[in-house]
Design a protein around this ligand. Structure first.
Ligand code: ARG
Length: 602
């Protein structure tokens, strides 16, 4: 209903301008408008929209709210155009104005969705008010030679969905995998492997990621205990950073090995990513330090080059430096992120020319990003109108509220987690088939359980407000009841069933006539898809889309359970099939934007 919202807003502004010309002109001069605070209605009985701003207008205009509401309404209904799509407004309580859109107007909007691939969602383009932007989504970003953990899984799922939604809106999206492929871990790892498995540094496929992670653990232990090992590791890092051929060769092999494992997970999750790891920014690190020096931001502190920022204090209350060059000449995670910001915001061909950069990581990195964003701003690397945003998320916990672990207390491997989701989905499905006396092929069972298992994991993550911690529960996420992937997938299966039984909607339908409240509730919900997408684009909260799809499914199920569809007579039959078709289109598109594949039968 975004268009309707804009249209209404215009009418209300015009009404205010005509009713209060002096005050409106004054407000405009100050650079603001008399704000009616038009919003979606909070309850169906309030209609479709409500004007909430009468009370603050009353203060500005020095009149009682009720009187202002009456003046606005009187002005609104003077317009023929307004009366052609909106019912006479109702004043509620001390001065709320409720607005209900006329049925025939809603029907018209609904019909236009039938031929709109974008289902009513505006598409941003190069030359329009709704301008398409270059957006980078930095997500997933695991570290080489370390296991990809559930935090990376959250980042991967949330980042992918945001990238899909932004592309769907017409933005140019670059999906970057900022893998940790540089730094001290390689010094340790190479030193250790040289001693225990030198062949792994010379030939591909000698070790897999599981081994690498174990080697890394051993190396880290040695590093912490053994001084000589430490010196060797540091030398290895220096050799690598200087571009020593042998070291580079070993580094490449290790990266390739990890990459293969990561790719396995991405393939299973259907995630598209462009790998551009930390090593990419290596050539720009010294420029970053130089730039900061020039802008007078750099301070020497105990031999290190640092930046001190307002509001960055340690536990003792003393200012906390952000180190960009260590005493030994090495660079930090922060330096790499500064180089990345500089590169991403610089115009092409020396940069990405992005105007919005979104970082999806756990909230533990919030102060890191606040720091580097502040430095980038102070160094004037952020052109006007460009936006750097950290999209934080909470921890994944077990059902006991503690960190998610295996029964034996080890960290869970993603591969095992996905396997288990699929296994359990399969067991559920087989139980259901037995109960319903259905016989299905192994192929069907495999496909359905894989789709449901992966969908459940993704949806459970996305449907939570990402800021909070979330409790991982296979039972909840796989349930056919409640706000879960199986529940949504099932609504689509119902619609596919109707189509199979010959209920294919005929586009030639002449003007639909909806009569039942269950139909109207569905019409209204279908028309809210565009609002939700625009909201997610702004607030970067995919759970809003999940809630919407869940509500749409509930309203659809009520309609399906309470009204005959295939057994109804014309014109109801066509009208109802039209609602099935549009509900299906939106559910499918919405799930696709969450990265979830759908099924015809389950
Ligand atoms: N590799 C990091 C980690 O595992 C995440 C990187 C996020 N992106 C960034 N530009 N810093 O915690």
């Amino acid at each position: 209903m975004h268009n309707i919202y804009l249209k209404l807003n215009k009418h209300i502004q015009t009404a205010l301008d005509s009713a209060f010309p002096e005050e409106a002109a004054h407000a405009k001069k100050e650079g603001n408008l008399l704000n009616p605070q038009l919003a979606k209605a909070t309850k169906p009985e309030f209609g479709d929209f409500q004007i909430n701003g009468v009370f603050s207008l009353a203060k500005t205009l020095r009149k009682p709210p009720r009187q202002i509401a009456e003046i606005i309404v009187k002005q609104l209904v003077k317009s023929d155009d307004f009366n052609s799509f909106c019912l006479p407004p109702e004043i509620a309580g001390p001065g709320f104005i409720n607005l209900t859109i006329q049925n025939n107007y809603l029907t018209k909007e609904l019909i236009s969705l039938l031929t709109d691939e974008h289902l009513g969602v505006p598409f941003a383009t190069e030359n329009s008010d709704d301008k398409s932007e270059s957006v980078i989504v930095d997500f997933s970003s695991p570290n080489i030679a370390k296991e990809m953990h559930v935090g990376h899984l959250r980042s991967t799922i949330i980042g992918d969905s945001l990238a899909r939604i932004l592309s769907f809106r017409g933005h140019n999206v670059l999906r970057l995998n900022h893998v940790g492929d540089w730094g001290t871990q390689f010094g340790m790892l190479i030193t250790h492997l040289k001693r225990v498995a030198p062949q792994a540094l010379e030939k591909a496929n000698v070790v897999d990621l599981g081994d690498l992670v174990e080697f890394y653990r051993q190396a880290k232990k040695k590093f912490d205990e053994d001084e000589y090992f430490q010196t060797c590791s540091r030398e290895e890092v220096v050799k690598l950073q200087k571009g020593n051929n042998e070291s580079l060769q070993a580094w490449k092999l290790l990266c390739a090995q990890s990459r293969k494992e990561f790719q396995n997970i991405y393939d299973r999750l259907d995630i598209d990513l462009c790998e551009r790891g930390e090593s990419f920014y290596n050539p720009f690190l010294s420029d970053v330090v130089e730039d900061l020096q020039k802008s007078g931001l750099l301070v020497q502190d105990a031999g290190a080059q640092c930046v001190f920022l307002d509001g960055f204090k340690g536990k003792d209350g003393n200012p906390l430096p952000i180190i960009v060059k260590k005493r030994d000449g090495g660079f930090n995670y922060a330096t790499t992120d500064l180089a990345a910001i500089r590169y991403r915001l610089k115009s092409k061909p020396n940069g990405d020319g992005a105007s919005r950069v979104i970082y999806v990581t756990d909230s533990g990195q919030a102060s890191h990003f606040a720091g580097v964003f502040q430095i980038a701003n102070l160094a004037k690397w952020v052109p006007q109108g460009c936006l750097l945003e950290h999209v934080p998320f909470g921890l994944v916990q077990g059902e006991d509220g503690k960190k998610l672990k295996t029964r034996s207390g080890k960290t869970i491997r993603l591969k095992d987690l996905l396997d288990e989701a699929i296994e359990r989905a399969k067991a559920d499905l087989e139980r259901r088939l037995l109960e319903e006396g259905r016989v299905e092929s192994q192929e069907f069972i495999a496909k359905v359980s894989t789709t449901i298992g992966i969908a459940a994991v993704k949806y459970a993550d996305l449907s939570q407000n990402r800021i909070t911690n979330y409790q991982f529960s296979f039972n909840k996420m796989l349930s056919l009841q409640g706000n879960t992937a199986p529940y949504l997938l099932y609504a689509l299966v119902r619609i596919a069933g109707i189509n199979r039984k010959g209920g294919n909607f005929d586009l030639k339908l002449t003007y639909p006539q909806f009569t039942e409240p269950q139909e109207w509730a569905l019409v209204r919900e279908i028309l809210k898809f565009d609002d939700v997408i625009l909201e997610v684009e702004k607030e970067l909260l995919p759970n809003r889309l999940c809630t919407y799809l869940f509500e749409l499914s509930q309203i659809f199920n009520r309609f399906y359970d309470q009204l005959p569809i295939l057994k109804s007579n014309e014109p109801s039959l066509s009208c109802r099939l039209m609602l099935c078709r549009l509900t299906g289109d939106i559910l499918r598109k919405g799930l696709h934007l969450l990265g979830i594949s759908t099924l015809e039968r389950m």
